[in-house]
Ligand binder design. Structure first.
Ligand SMILES: Nc1nc2c(c(=O)[nH]1)N[C@H]1C(S)=C(S)[C@@H](COP(=O)(O)O)O[C@H]1N2
Ligand SMILES: [Mo]
Length: 234
């Protein structure tokens, strides 16, 4: 099959990310053939939306986008869940494995324009984890906390989707470090900066708190089908 390598070595860097966090470092992406792209353009999702969100280019391989990894391993992970919850918890990797496990296949969409099709992740649904700690009625938002001050925020309602998970595996193997091991967030239907790698803590809050990229001009709501890339106020 003929491959089109136009995107190879294309720089997706749109913001000064440095080493603290990155929104799309230069990477080598393999683009779909034009026949595959035409076929993709005709596909719709079960919810009726087009498979490929507007302004996105489908790619084949996930590039590690950088960011500052944590030092935690699966053996010493202590995932803290706190804030407006009835039962705060500190979960080990084993605790996560003892919860109901799910395998999902999804497309993920980076705000800088690439979409990885059919990525496979395994882990625990975020709604399963939240059921365990029982958010209080006023706990309407979740802040994910990662090393070096990387944070990202979503409304609790965004985590009701069965495809919003804490992932420990990628394509059937333990998640590689550069992709967020031991545990990362995967919320496929929002731009991927909402999917914190090397997750350290989950805070439930009454008020929304813009995360790392959200405070630097990226959209708070991050809906790829509405092309909510940059916030209107900045
Ligand atoms: N902790 C942390 N998580 C992060 C980031 C980061 O810099 N630090 N970058 C985000 C962005 S913008 C994207 S596109 C994805 C990239 O995930 P990948 O490196 O597995 O491709 O991670 C997201 N999660
Ligand atoms: Mo990104």
């Amino acid at each position: 099959m003929k491959e089109d390598h136009n995107l190879s070595r294309r720089t997706f860097l749109l913001a000064a990310g440095g080493t603290l966090a990155s929104i799309g470092l230069p990477g080598v992406f393999i683009r779909l053939s034009s026949a595959e792209q035409r076929s993709l353009a005709t596909q719709t999702r079960p919810d009726g939306r087009p498979r490929l969100p507007p302004g996105q280019i489908a790619v084949r391989n996930l590039q590690a986008m950088g960011g500052t990894p944590g030092t935690a391993t699966a053996a010493d992970l202590r995932l803290r869940i706190y804030g407006e919850v009835e039962k705060p918890a500190v979960l080990t990797y084993q605790d996560l494995l003892s919860l109901e496990q799910v395998d999902i296949t999804c497309d993920v969409h980076c705000v800088t324009g690439w979409t990885l099709l059919d990525s496979q992740w395994s882990g625990v649904r975020l709604r399963t984890v939240l059921d365990k700690v029982r958010p209080r009625p006023n706990g309407a938002f979740v802040i994910f906390e990662a090393p070096a001050g990387y944070t990202t925020n979503v409304p609790v309602t965004a985590l009701q989707s069965g495809s919003a998970i804490l992932a420990h595996s990628f394509f059937g193997k333990q998640l590689p470090k550069e992709f967020g091991a031991p545990v990362r967030v995967v919320i496929p239907d929002l731009y991927f900066y909402k999917s914190a790698k090397w997750l350290e803590a989950i805070k439930v809050t009454p008020h929304d708190e813009p995360g790392y990229w959200e405070a630097r001009g990226y959209s708070n709501s991050a809906d790829p089908w509405k092309e909510e890339r940059y916030s209107k106020s900045s």
